[in-house]
Ligand binder design. Structure first.
Ligand code: ADP
Length: 360
């Protein structure tokens, strides 16, 4: 087991005007045994960062430290890591047993008997004990991914690196494997770096989240910190589904004048705002409330555009009556509540649940 430190890591592909900064000056300390999830949209630099830790890609600047060793000059085999990929990357002509034993044969001096015992035990733990003689072509995607995980675990590495390992699986299996990986990580307590673009995986899997955009760290924190106290508008919009609603506006004294309504800033907000005056107010769909009659505070008159029933909840797409343009925003309500399309409603935006961001 080992800690992983990234010190001012930058990766540029190409040079000059055509160059891309895939990872932009990232510094991060990952503790021994920690489970860290890297999340961000496609192209935000997640895979490149993981590949740099793996030694599959060389950073342009900065240091990577695994345990107490600066590994900048070490190739993947010389780093004590095991990687699990989206496409499983199993050897198609080898059986499960051979696939799992391969890394051990290449990188340790264990005897064949020891290897066989360890492979069998790990296969049992992963629920693939009866598949040991099968080849990858004879197995489902879920089974193949279990084998890929088993192959990583059997090597007992210092660090696990997982790059979107669940994205080829169907929704039900994905949920199942998510729980399985959480359980294994808890049990094995191995430092794990996990890459995903899926915000459900991000919220449910790691001890800490690292949110990336354009190769830059946006926020590092527990999933709940990132969700409830997003560092900026990007993080706020990325975590949560449907996304947070945003309203742009200017402050005037203690009031934020937004497109279509005014919002009275609390004392606390006013001190946070200081002398700046361009702001974005964010409210999650589950935090706003719909009323059928007017209410005294922070209300926004709106017309119901579409109601999307989801079972226990519904998403109500609203169009602010006095708002210019035809931007809609979303409020979550109880699924049993009768709300008609075309109906006029009044939206309450509770003080405690809003987020204020600097305008970009
Ligand atoms: P993510 O994993 O978040 O989808 P990547 O790390 O794959 O993002 O890519 C980050 C950026 O680096 C993207 O703009 C991508 O096009 C670019 N990139 C990644 N690999 C290469 C490469 N081998 N050559 C050139 N550009 C690359």
């Amino acid at each position: 087991m080992a800690k992983v430190d990234l010190d001012d890591v930058t990766k540029r592909f190409g040079s000059g005007g055509d160059g891309v900064v895939a990872v932009d000056d990232v510094s991060l300390e990952i503790e021994d045994g920690e489970f860290v999830v890297f999340v961000g949209p496609s192209g935000s630099g997640k895979s490149t960062l993981l590949r740099i830790v793996a030694g599959l890609e060389k950073q342009t600047e900065g240091d990577v430290v695994i345990g107490d060793t600066v590994v900048n000059e070490l190739g993947p085999r010389a780093r004590d890591i095991a990687m699990v990929f989206q496409n499983y990357a199993l050897y198609p002509n080898m059986t499960v047993e051979e696939n799992m034993a391969f890394g051990l044969k290449m990188s340790t001096d264990m005897s064949d008997d020891e290897i066989e015992t360890r492979v069998t035990e790990t296969a049992e733990k992963m629920g693939i004990g009866r598949l040991l003689d099968n080849t990858p072509g004879e197995m489902s995607g879920g089974q193949q991914q279990r084998v890929a995980l088993g192959r990583a675990i059997v090597r007992n590495p210092d660090v696990f690196l997982m790059d979107e390992p669940l994205s080829n699986l169907d929704a039900k299996l994905r949920t199942e494997m998510r729980t399985e990986i959480n359980r294994l990580q808890n049990e094995l307590d191995v430092t794990t770096l996990y890459v995903t673009h899926d915000q459900t995986e991000a919220m449910t899997m790691g001890d800490r989240l690292v949110v990336l955009n354009y190769g830059e760290l946006q926020q590092v924190g527990t999933p709940l910190e990132c969700f409830y106290r997003p560092a900026n508008r990007f993080v706020a919009g990325f975590l949560g589904s449907p996304s947070m609603n945003f309203f742009e506006g200017q402050t005037e004294g203690g009031t934020l004048r937004l497109d279509g309504f005014d919002f009275d800033l609390t004392q606390e907000m006013q001190s946070a705002v200081g002398s700046r005056n361009e702001f974005v107010l964010g409210i999650r769909p589950e935090d706003a409330k719909i009323h059928e009659t007017t209410r005294p505070s922070h209300e926004l008159e709106a017309e119901v555009d579409v109601v999307e029933p989801m079972g226990s909840i519904s998403y109500v797409y609203l169009r602010a009556t006095e708002q210019e343009g035809d931007r809609t925003f979303i409020v979550e309500t109880d699924g049993q509540r009768a709300i008609d399309e075309g109906q006029t409603v009044y939206v309450e935006i509770p003080d405690d649940d809003v987020h204020l961001f600097d305008a970009e």
